[in-house]
Design a protein around this ligand. Structure first.
Ligand SMILES: [Zn+2]
Ligand SMILES: [Zn+2]
Length: 160
């Protein structure tokens, strides 16, 4: 297939492809999603299972409830998916897409546990800067993250 979108984990051990652009992306504020991604909310983009394929590696999944499982990279820990096991859909974590800017969320869900500071008025009022505010450690770092595109099977992160 010619993928509509591709993505993968931070280290590059796991890669996936989507045959279609996800029809529905939600921002879930539920406690299970907060724990699963270690963040205030999780953004997941949904495609039919037939439109999803692993293209490098096959990650394990954590069964977070009787109804759902969540794939993650065993090497770098990136949370990759959410899936209701009885439903024919795969939801990918939006931040793992090579081009997350191509996705637009359509709804907030799980808002009963939405954090009070996850509000646009609060977030927009915070000071803003690029590249960690010019931190000298960030300026000199060597990036080990897999690039935002598919690479050959022999790809490896640059040496330290
Ligand atoms: Zn990884
Ligand atoms: Zn959730």
């Amino acid at each position: 297939m010619t993928p509509a979108l591709t993505g993968g984990c931070q280290c590059g051990a796991i890669r996936y492809a989507l045959a279609t652009v996800p029809a529905r992306t939600t921002l879930c504020h539920c406690r299970m999603c907060q724990k699963a991604v270690g963040q205030p909310f999780a953004a997941y983009a949904s495609v039919p299972m037939a439109d999803f394929a692993w293209t490098r590696g096959t990650p394990p999944a954590f069964r977070s409830s009787s109804a759902a499982e969540r794939h993650f990279c065993p090497q770098c820990g990136t949370p990759l998916t959410f899936r209701y096991v009885a439903r024919g859909e795969m939801e990918v974590a939006v931040g793992t897409l090579d081009h997350p800017e191509k996705i637009t969320p359509v709804a907030h869900v799980g808002v009963e546990s939405r954090l009070p500071w996850m509000a646009s008025a609060v977030l927009d009022a915070l000071p803003q800067s690029a590249n960690q505010g010019g931190d000298p450690i960030v300026a000199k770092l060597v990036n080990y993250q897999h690039p935002d595109h598919d690479t050959g099977q022999g790809w490896a992160a640059p040496a330290a």
